[in-house]
Ligand binder design. Sequence first.
Ligand SMILES: Cc1ncc(COP(=O)(O)O)c(C=O)c1O
Length: 320
Amino acid sequence: MLTENTDFDRVFFCNSGAEAIEGALKLCRKYAALKDPEKTQIIAMENSFHGRTYGSLTVTAQPKYQKNFGPMVPDVLYSPYNDFEALASKVTDKTAAILMEVIQGEGGITPADVDFLKKTRALCDEKDIVLVFDEIQSGVGRTGDLYAYMTVGVVPDVITSAKGLAGGVPIGAVLAKEKVAEAFTPGDHGSTFGGNPLACSAGLVVLDELLNNGVLANAKEMGEFLGETLENLKAKHPNTIKEARGLGLMRGIELTCEPKEIINKCIERGLLLVSAGTNVIRFVPPLIVNDNQIAIMADILDDVLTEFETGSCEKESIHQ
Ligand SMILES: Cc1ncc(COP(=O)(O)O)c(C=O)c1O
């Protein structure tokens, strides 16, 4: 079902997002090694998040996650997100793969510029570099399409998927184009529970709900409504909300201050929110969310922001 509904030819199943990243990294290195054993470098983006195992932690270019866990896996370079010139300057004959999120999630809900993605795609084609999109947070309907690469219109060679793919049952997946996938031969990679019938059955139900029972269409419609709602809140609270951004049901508002107090006040009123990156409140509601629920959320947040604006937030931002 995954290959039928995406641009990829083969899938490797595992049990989590971090495992999917490990599988993708190994696949990229083997694909490159078959051409040139020296082609081992992987370029990841600054401020990324890809997981907490050693390979995935190495490509997670945020010091706070790596601190006290070094040394990391060798031959991984970091480049600033959305800066094509910087990325191009790091590419050499040794570059095996470029890895990025289509929207940086943990890093603060930062969407990739489509131009940056297109130029990177062209560079990867020119130099036979594997382009990997980590769709662990952005995939499975989150942006209103099955995967966010579809929303932005740039097709990579490999994507990783996990999180909601089996509706809460542990699963991860690496989806690859045949050209890259064929680098793996039996025994190269594996996992006892990868592709187990329970998780895959749950995954089939999720995909059926998304594609055939209206969940994807709902996510698209509600994603637009959430975007408008957050823009309206920004217009109402211009001193506290610096920017509203994101795609579909993966959105964030960047505040002019620390979000902790606002989040806590919302939680007290029954609205569960979570932060991301620096000063960002993240909105990743269930894909079955309805407009009434989004409106209730906006009312609570509006009240909390109004109350808060007379307090510490504004004062803090003046000092920044
Ligand atoms: C973009 C991205 N990649 C990888 C991961 C790691 O997934 P897992 O927690 O299933 O290992 C996450 C988890 O938040 C993520 O958001």
